[in-house]
Design a protein around this ligand. Structure first.
Ligand code: IMP
Length: 304
């Protein structure tokens, strides 16, 4: 139930077929939410921001999406930077008037990152010139793995956990992490379908685990948690299989971009709001074999 129903439309669009999107990026974003099974309403609420002396509303703000399950409004902005300033002002005003409203502004860069991660958009001339700054060298990764391995070994003493990884980004991390853990353990993998911008699918398990996890201590091993959508979906799926415990280790945490709050028990490194590649992470299946983790140059993300 939308808590601002006074200002809400009686029946906002909740499907791509019904919505009249103002911008192509909004439709793409709706497809992305559908894929992850996150319910949405398009422009359901208009927040009055300013009133004239006679009570007329003279300024209002209508965020693009409301996600009822997360109680979160999303405003996409693919406009030129100059025009974003006005949105910022409106958002500030909205927050003053309704400090309890949760709203996130997704910039063009965030949006391109989101699409790029699913391989939507053209790569253009593609070689290592697209790789930007190295964030973590091979030896920094190795050092952090030592610490993580020691911590996980301590926490699982006397148990035999099952490490569960989602292919393919996790390959390097899984291979290295398990060699830094000293207790007996098992490993298993699953493959889930990824959003390819076709707006018709939903997350599917393409290849399921080979082990039964009921009663097992499961540690999900993730390469990177970005919006949290994948992990949220995965945790719901695995929890339903009644493991004895379910924890998460993520090599990288892009916390600033989180949309769904998911618990992460062990984090390798926090990363800034940049698209990163290497050490298993790809951009359109490239760069997984880099032994370090680096940013991708923003030019590579631009759609042509
Ligand atoms: P989330 O569902 O938005 O949290 O995204 C998680 C998945 O997206 C990860 O398992 C990665 O496969 C992919 N991903 C997210 N950010 C990046 C990135 O910066 N580089 C490469 N892949 C990424």
């Amino acid at each position: 139930m939308n808590p601002y129903s006074l200002a809400a439309k009686p029946s906002p669009a909740t499907s791509v077929q019904d919505a009249r999107f103002a911008h192509e990026s909004e439709e793409e974003f709706a497809g992305f939410l559908d894929f992850y099974g996150v319910r949405w309403e398009y422009e359901p609420t208009t927040f009055p921001l300013r009133h004239a002396d006679d009570g007329r509303v003279i300024e209002a703000f209508t965020p693009d999406f409301y996600l009822p399950d997360l109680n979160l409004y999303i405003e996409l902005t693919t406009l030129k930077q100059g025009l974003v300033t006005d949105k910022h002002r409106k958002l500030r005003r909205l927050r003053e008037l309704h400090p309890d409203v949760q709203i996130k502004l997704l910039y063009k860069k965030d949006y391109l990152n989101l699409l790029a991660k699913y391989g939507v958009g053209d790569l253009g001339a593609s070689d290592a010139a697209e790789v930007g700054e190295v964030l973590f060298t091979a030896s920094e990764i190795e050092r952090r793995l030592n610490e993580l391995g020691a911590e996980i070994t301590r926490d699982y003493a006397g148990k035999e956990p099952l490490f569960v990884g989602v292919l393919k980004g996790v390959t390097c991390f899984m291979a290295d992490l398990m060699r830094h853990c000293a207790m007996p353990l098992g490993i298993d993998f699953m493959t889930i379908s990824s959003y390819e911008g076709d707006r018709s699918g939903a997350v599917r398990i393409v290849q399921d685990l080979s082990e039964n996890i009921a009663g097992r201590h499961v540690l999900i091993v993730e390469d990177i948690v970005d919006t949290g959508m994948t992990l949220n979906h995965l945790m719901r799926q695995l929890q339903a299989r009644e493991p004895a415990s379910l924890r998460v280790v993520a090599l990288l945490d892009k916390r600033v971009r989180r949309l769904v709050d998911v618990p992460i028990d062990y984090v390798g490194f926090e990363v800034p709001d940049e698209f990163v590649v290497g050490y298993g992470l790809d951009f359109r299946q490239r760069y997984r074999n880099l032994p370090f983790i680096a940013t991708l140059r923003p030019e590579a993300l631009q759609r042509t």
